[in-house]
Design a protein around this ligand. Structure first.
Ligand SMILES: C[S@@+](CC[C@H](N)C(=O)[O-])C[C@H]1O[C@@H](n2cnc3c(N)ncnc32)[C@H](O)[C@@H]1O
Length: 183
C-alpha cells in the first residue's frame, strides 16, 4: 500500500509528454479506432494518434464521461490513467478484453495481492522505457514539471510481440505536440 502511495502520489492531474508516446506508435499500426478514455482534445495521445492516421475517440471525467460507465466501440484502448485508480482500471480493461496500452508507474505494480491475482490470470505485456518519464502539469507547460521518483511502463494486452519489450525514449525532444510533428 505504501508503494501505491508513492506511485499514486494522490494527484492524478499530470499529462503525458509526446516523447513517452512515440515508442508505442509502431505497435498500434494494425489498429484503426483508438479510444483514449482519460483524455481531452488537447491530449498528446489524441494529437499523436490522429497524426498517425488513427480514428481517435476521447472521453474524460471532466466532460461527464466516467471510464467505468463508458462502452466505446473501438479496436484498441490507449492512455495514461489516473495512477491512484490503476487497479480498478486495469481490472475493467481486462474484462473488456480489447487490446490496450496504459502508461503506469512501475513501483509496486506487482506488489498488491489483488494486482498479483489480476496479472496471474490475464495475458499481458510490458514495455519498459530506458528513461523515466517526466510529466506535464498542464498542456500549456513547455517543460515537464513533475518528475516522479520511479519509472513508468506501458502495461499492454494483445499489443506487444513478446511479454517484455525494451524501448528507448529521447526526453530532450517532443514534449508538446503540434499538429505537424514538432521536434
Ligand atoms: C494521469 S492523467 C493523464 C491525462 C492524459 N491521459 C495524458 O496522458 O495526458 C489522468 C486523467 O484521467 C482523469 N480521470 C480520473 N478519473 C477518471 C475517470 N473515472 N474517467 C475518466 N477520466 C478520469 C483525470 O482527471 C486526469 O485528467
Amino acid at each position: 500500500m505504501k508503494m501505491d502511495k508513492v506511485a499514486g502520489s494522490g494527484n492524478d492531474e499530470y499529462m503525458t509528454p509526446c516523447y513517452a508516446i512515440e515508442p508505442l506508435l509502431k505497435y498500434l499500426k494494425p489498429f484503426h479506432t483508438v479510444w483514449c478514455p482519460f483524455d481531452i482534445e488537447r491530449s498528446n495521445f489524441v494529437k499523436m494518434l490522429r497524426e498517425e492516421g488513427h480514428e481517435v475517440i476521447h472521453t474524460h471525467i471532466d466532460e461527464g464521461k466516467d471510464f467505468f460507465t463508458q462502452n466505446i466501440n473501438c479496436d484498441v484502448i490507449v492512455s495514461n490513467p489516473p495512477f491512484s485508480r490503476k487497479t480498478e482500471i486495469l481490472e475493467r480493461l481486462f474484462e473488456l478484453d480489447k487490446p490496450f496500452a496504459m502508461l503506469v508507474g512501475v513501483v509496486g505494480l506487482f506488489e498488491s495481492q489483488r494486482r498479483f491475482n489480476m496479472f496471474k490470470d490475464n495475458k499481458f505485456e510490458i514495455m519498459y522505457l530506458n528513461k523515466r518519464v517526466s510529466y506535464l502539469r498542464s498542456y500549456d507547460d513547455e517543460r515537464p514539471a513533475f518528475n516522479p521518483p520511479f519509472s513508468s511502463v506501458y502495461v499492454c494486452h494483445n499489443i506487444l510481440p513478446q511479454q517484455i519489450v525494451f524501448e528507448t525514449v529521447d526526453n530532450r525532444r517532443k514534449v508538446i505536440c503540434s499538429l505537424s510533428n514538432q521536434k
